[in-house]
Design a protein around this ligand. Sequence first.
Ligand SMILES: NC(=O)c1ccc[n+]([C@@H]2O[C@H](COP(=O)([O-])OP(=O)(O)OC[C@H]3O[C@@H](n4cnc5c(N)ncnc54)[C@H](OP(=O)(O)O)[C@@H]3O)[C@@H](O)[C@H]2O)c1
Length: 261
Amino acid sequence: MDLTGRTALITGASSGIGAAFADALAARGAHLILVARREDRLTALADTLRARHGNDAHVLVADLGLPGAGAALLAETRRLGLDVDVLVNNAGFGSHGDVADTDPDRLTGQIQLNITALTDLTRAYLPDMVGRGRGAIVNVASAAAYQPVPHMAVYSATKAYVLSFTEALWAETRNTGVRVLALSPGATETEFFDIAGESARVGRQQTAAAVVARAMRALDRPSGPGSVVSGLPNIVTAATVGFLPRRLSLLVTERLARGRN
Ligand SMILES: NC(=O)c1ccc[n+]([C@@H]2O[C@H](COP(=O)([O-])OP(=O)(O)OC[C@H]3O[C@@H](n4cnc5c(N)ncnc54)[C@H](OP(=O)(O)O)[C@@H]3O)[C@@H](O)[C@H]2O)c1
């Protein structure tokens, strides 16, 4: 995909996988719109990438956990006269713990950010991409999208939504020139576990750069699949888990996801 001079909006760009997307897209010649809540982080990243690659980098501070955040972001990019060619819906968080013990706001917060904001932003920017006959939307799902994960029940359900929604959208837009992709990382070295809880950390971790490189390779194939999983062990698990009896897979996943606490 030729990204030279195109504009990419990345949510959750202040850290981890989102920051790695910003770096990779800037290296390919894209201008950036960096979105998250922590302005200092976004500004520092924008300065670094501007200096390194010479691209434009706008910083838009937004709490995408608030209702109406998607519409507000669309209005702001329109006000600035920015057309979004690439949308990376990356902002998201999880929490480890049982549903009965978790603050209800933390549960609905995951639904608001991981599902509602992602859907709103997709709906906001897709029509213009279809009208231009080009563009890309990357929605960051998770290896946890491929089976229910006890102790991260809401998080894994939100990611199952992201995967299902994005694959359906891929089929809807296949002949429009817009490339739609769900990216499912496994455990990745980011700040995710600072928020989800250390007990959520399972298995070997990839770097954020490796995860993003997987997505960039998929984006470079115009007729590529609607979803990719990053990391061989995660690919194998995602491909095989559906063959296990559902009860067995739930019980095995419950053991693995129980954590050390
Ligand atoms: N790391 C993993 O093991 C892993 C595995 C599978 C999938 N994922 C997914 O990868 C994506 C990126 O996560 P990460 O691993 O890079 O974690 P991270 O380092 O914690 O980054 C999360 C990003 O989301 C932003 N964010 C959180 N709440 C927000 C809000 N209310 N409004 C706007 N932005 C918000 C954060 O920025 P601010 O705090 O500045 O707002 C931050 O930039 C998430 O969707 C996550 O579910 C991660």
